[in-house]
Design a protein around this ligand. Structure first.
Ligand SMILES: [Zn+2]
Length: 413
């Protein structure tokens, strides 16, 4: 890691490479705070602003000309600064890839069932170090695209041992880890889904709970039904884990209703919703997490984000990064899809990929740039956040600061 070196006056780190105690980011053309009390509109926009970071936290936000002196400086040169992305839904612990399956799907061949099981076989056969290297590579890729907080699920082990080690691996790359033993019923339990649900809610949960903050269930026809989902999530909550649900992705079903019933932090996918589902979500504290990378990669209809937002539902955007149905770590790409394909405004999509993700993880220390929040921020290589959707596929991040430390600069490290 090195200190900012941009022409325009950066102060080098102290001898020995110690990070500056306070860091000023000034000449910010447009600052997204995500706090309407601090600036204009729902994104709390400030123009000609500055931010001061002290240690891991934001110490000061305000007009550039009033910024206090600091030890170090990043010159934003009139560009946009915004909170780092919070990716609240990924599956980064696995081995192998399924590129051929994707290509066949795009050729129009029917989706072959059991894709998850192919990854399960590869994951079980992989060493801990291979799984860790793969997850670390993907986490680094996500960070380079601006993701400063990651949630990572298990779910390709599906034995007590393999789920536990998947969560140990997840914890090496992510601060938010989720036990997803109930991803699919593994082949050795074919025809015995109830017995597998008992294993998940019992010994597997016992082994995994120490390494997980959350438990998740794939509640869908062909995976886990309402009774099994309720049973597993109730057991997980009794162990102190928060809950989340893969809900209504492939068709209508009980997932969303169950998520609201157990006060899950989020119902994820929400592609096939009934009027009842919209109503349940709108009266709840359960976030609807939309994963447009999955619809893009499986050529499926997108969820009705507009109707969710209009119903007052809190919406998050996440990548769903996994080798089968959404092999992307790139939240700017998901923002572009949400705007172009799902009827979200640029402001709604940017909020959903930052503050929305934080709400989906029930975090109050990330997702906004105001005094006291964690200093996780991006300097865009653009004058506005609009460029995230307006210039799809173009790398748009010039500097990443995570926990107050500069993580990388384009063209640098
Ligand atoms: Zn998922």
């Amino acid at each position: 890691m090195s200190a900012p070196t941009e022409a325009g006056g950066s102060i080098p780190p102290a001898e020995g490479g110690i990070e500056p105690h306070t860091l000023l980011i000034d000449r910010i053309g447009l600052l997204v705070t995500n706090d309407p009390a601090v600036g204009d509109g729902p994104l709390g926009l400030l123009r000609d602003a500055a931010v001061v970071i002290e240690g891991e936290r934001i110490a000061w936000v305000g007009p550039a000309e009033q910024a206090p002196a600091s030890d170090g400086r990043i010159d934003a040169s009139g560009r946009c600064v915004m909170p780092g992305f919070v990716d609240s839904h990924t599956h980064l612990v696995f081995a192998g890839d399924r590129a051929e399956e994707f290509a066949a799907r795009m050729r129009g061949e029917p989706y072959a069932a059991g894709g998850i099981r192919i990854t399960v076989t590869a994951t079980r056969a992989a060493s801990d170090s291979l799984l860790t290297r793969n997850a670390a590579r993907l986490a680094a890729e996500a960070l380079a695209a601006g993701t400063t907080t990651l949630e990572v699920k298990s779910g390709y082990g599906l034995t007590v041992r393999d789920e536990e080690r998947s969560l140990r691996v997840a914890a090496t790359v992510a601060e938010e880890t989720t036990f997803l033993g109930a991803h699919v019923v593994p082949p050795e339990y074919a025809g015995r889904a109830d017995a597998y649900a008992e294993l998940v809610a019992g010994p597997m949960l016992d082994a995994c709970a120490p390494y997980a903050r959350w438990a998740d269930v794939f509640c869908e026809a062909g995976a886990f039904d309402a009774d099994a989902t309720r049973h597993i999530l109730t057991a997980a909550a009794a162990k102190g884990l928060g809950t989340r649900v893969h809900a209504n992705q492939l068709g209508p079903g009980p997932g969303v209703q169950l998520a609201v019933e157990v006060n899950a932090a989020s119902a994820d996918h929400c592609t096939y919703l009934s009027a009842h589902d919209f109503e349940a979500l709108s009266g709840s504290s359960t976030v609807a997490t939309l994963l447009p990378g999955a619809e893009f990669s499986t050529r499926s209809p997108y969820p009705d984000a507009r109707r969710l937002l209009d119903a007052g539902v809190t919406v998050a955007l996440a990548s769903d990064c996994n080798p089968g149905s959404s092999y992307t770590t790139n939240l700017p790409f998901c923002i572009a899809l949400a705007v172009r394909e799902m009827g979200m405004t640029c402001e709604e999509a940017v909020w959903a990929a930052t503050a929305g993700g934080a709400k989906a993880l029930r975090r109050t220390d990330i997702g906004a740039l105001t005094t006291g929040m964690r200093a996780d921020l991006l300097v865009l290589d653009a004058p506005s956040y609009l460029h995230l959707a307006y210039r799809p596929g173009v790398p748009m991040i010039s500097t990443i600061v995570r926990r107050g430390r500069t993580e990388g600069r384009r063209g640098g490290e």
